[in-house]
Design a protein. Structure first.
Length: 613
């Protein structure tokens, strides 16, 4: 089975969302865009163990923390009778009905049901056209025989604050029953129903810390439940522990102290009130055993064993993968949702995890910030999520512009695309020199004058090498289609080329020189050039041309920079400059980026400094 659609209302930071999922997908986007919220929403509506938490939701699960009914508009007492009379006479509209309290509503459409699931959910089966992701509504029943029409169910979680109970409530229903019969009579989608769905949500921190414990919902608990290894498990363990007395040897002294306490107690109460105190290793209840029983694993080459959660994070994560394979082997129809696959895992293991998840699960949905994970997913399996300030979460699928060929995208994914896909703001630079230099100069200016300048990293800006002016417009179009703020910087362009770039970016920074090296050399100080020339270890072929580079620093460095493109030579020069030695155009770009990305709380006139071209 597979989740094909998820709609969310008023959950966490998402006021509204409607997300369509392929068979396997990686969810990407800047931090706090709602990736984890989407997976948490799935867990609320499909996870069998989430509702064990009482209450299942709290104040912070509501959008903006609003869960109470809005107060009705106040009507002045002296005008109340007059207002009512105007309504009765038809001269005014009646007041609107009282606003309902905000609710969390999450609906999941689950398709490709197995025969067992169809039998289990038969009364609530609907039919889904996978080509459009719409429910089949044609009155002709024969239409469901089309290849594109598959069985599906819709389930809805409703969460709200109950004023009478002064607590939060949350229940999951079959959506079809909810629509046909109303909330009061709708059929609940129970924990047993959810267990038939096989949804597993693996949080990067919690999953590893309790994987081999017996707590409710742990991976070991799921495996035992699937293998039906429950009979006499707790009774036998409790019986064995009940016979195990701790520190009973009188030489230890503990039993003597307990006897003294028993004797003192008899002075005040009948002997039947407290007899034979002794120590046990557990409270001898199922719930307590669930919390204290854990697996031990030997580490290193010796036989000494330690609790599994004391192993390295990478080892624990690989242990989780091994357990997932056990679950999938028993269940055969699993949906895996996993956060941050790459946590504490080397690149080759990240790829292995992705391959295993895709192979083991009917559907795998992951979040990631790793290029090694992202490149394992096709373009149509990469879902970019973005969220507005109003809480509107939207998805976008990558669509490569004509200027970016698919082969180029795959070959340059790690170096030119991945970082941009994961950031909120992108600065597209014309070439390698600009790509290396702009972050360095912004960082240097921020060190010298932190009240005026901010580094690109602190502004949340990722800089990407376009590998030529002809690629800037295409890359700008790609990233803007993903709701990112896109900047670009380049040398002087023809009017047509400039117009094409400006049409695809939010702001273009274009200087008037033919090359970035010319911009730097012509607009710095002679002292800075000479100082850098004296500090350089000049290559022999340039020393033949310039025996004394410092004597003609501008020409010598121009040649050096040209021969060292891509080696960060210009960036090295800018890194040792003082503020007055850095070209004015570069300083203006940094000030403008700060004004756009981190505007002051209250500007005097609201105007941002312009960048001269």
């Amino acid at each position: 089975m597979k989740i094909t659609r998820l709609t969310i209302e008023n959950f966490r930071g998402v006021r509204q969302a409607d997300v369509i999922f392929p068979d396997h997908a990686v969810l990407i986007g800047d931090n706090n865009t709602g990736k984890s919220t989407v997976l948490e929403a799935m867990d609320l509506v499909l996870g069998p163990d989430r509702l064990n938490r009482m209450p299942p939701i709290d104040e912070h699960d509501f959008f903006q923390g609003k869960y109470l009914k809005p107060a009705p508009a106040a009507v002045p007492v002296e005008n109340a009778e007059e207002a009512a009379l105007m309504v009765d006479l038809g001269f005014a509209d009646p007041p609107p009905p009282p606003a309902e309290a905000p609710r969390i509503k999450i609906e999941a459409t689950v398709a490709n049901l197995s025969e067992e699931q169809i039998g289990k959910f038969g009364d609530f089966i609907e039919w889904l056209d996978v080509t459009t992701n719409d429910l089949y509504a044609d009155p002709d029943p024969g239409g469901v025989d089309k290849v594109s029409i598959v069985s599906a169910i819709r389930v809805t979680f409703l969460g709200y604050y109950d004023e009478d109970l002064d607590d939060f409530e949350g229940k999951t229903y079959f959506s079809r029953s909810l629509e046909d019969e109303g909330e009061e009579d709708a059929h609940l989608f129970t924990k047993k129903d959810k267990q038939k769905c096989g949804f597993l949500y693996l949080r990067s921190v919690r999953t590893g810390s309790r994987a081999l414990s017996l707590e409710h919902g742990s991976l070991l608990d799921i495996i035992l439940r699937l293998k039906e290894l429950r009979p006499r498990m707790w009774e036998d363990t409790i019986g064995q522990l009940a016979d195990l007395e701790v520190a009973a040897d009188p030489e230890l002294g503990i039993s003597g102290v307990l006897k003294s306490i028993e004797g003192a107690l008899k002075k005040y109460v009948p002997k039947e009130w407290g007899v034979n105190p002794h120590l046990k290793v557990s409270s001898l209840t199922r719930e307590h055993l669930r919390k204290v029983i854990t697996a031990f694993i030997a580490t290193g080459e010796g036989e000494h064993a330690a609790p599994f959660y004391r192993q390295g994070t990478g080892t624990i994560n690989m242990l989780v993968l091994a357990m997932l394979s056990e679950i999938a082997a028993d269940k055969q129809n699993v949906i895996f949702a996993m956060e941050e696959v790459e946590t504490a895992i080397p690149p080759y293991a990240q790829k292995r995890i992705v391959h295993e998840l895709r192979k083991l699960a009917a559907q795998s949905l992951v979040t990631s910030h790793s290029p090694f994970v992202l490149e394992e997913y096709a373009i149509n399996e990469t879902l970019h999520l973005s969220r507005t300030a109003a809480g509107e979460l939207s998805q976008a699928t990558l669509v490569l512009p004509d200027s970016v060929k698919h082969k180029f995208y795959r070959q340059n994914f790690r170096t030119r695309f991945c970082e941009g896909l994961l950031s909120r703001r992108v600065l597209i630079a014309e070439g390698a020199t600009e790509t290396a230099s702009l972050p360095v100069v912004a960082r240097r200016l921020a060190e010298i004058n932190p009240t005026t300048y901010v580094s690109l990293e602190a502004l949340g800006i990722t800089i990407l090498d376009a590998n030529g002016e002809n690629q800037i417009a295409g890359l700008g179009k790609l990233y803007r289609s993903l709701a990112k703020t896109v900047f670009a910087t380049c040398d002087k362009q023809s009017p047509d080329s400039e117009a094409a770039i400006r049409a695809q970016v939010d702001e273009l920074f274009m200087h008037g020189e033919k090359g970035f090296e010319d911009l730097v050399i012509k607009n710095t100080t002679e002292a800075a050039l000479i100082r850098f020339a004296k500090a350089l270890d000049w290559p022999p072929h340039l020393l033949k041309q310039f025996p004394d580079p410092a004597a003609d620093a501008a020409k010598a460095l121009k040649e050096y920079f040209e021969k060292s493109k891509g080696d960060g030579a210009v960036a090295d020069f800018l890194a040792q400059c003082q503020e007055d030695e850095i070209p004015t155009w570069l300083k203006a770009v940094c000030i403008r980026l700060k004004a756009i990305c981190a505007p002051p709380a209250a500007a005097a006139d609201g105007a941002a400094p312009a960048v001269e071209e």
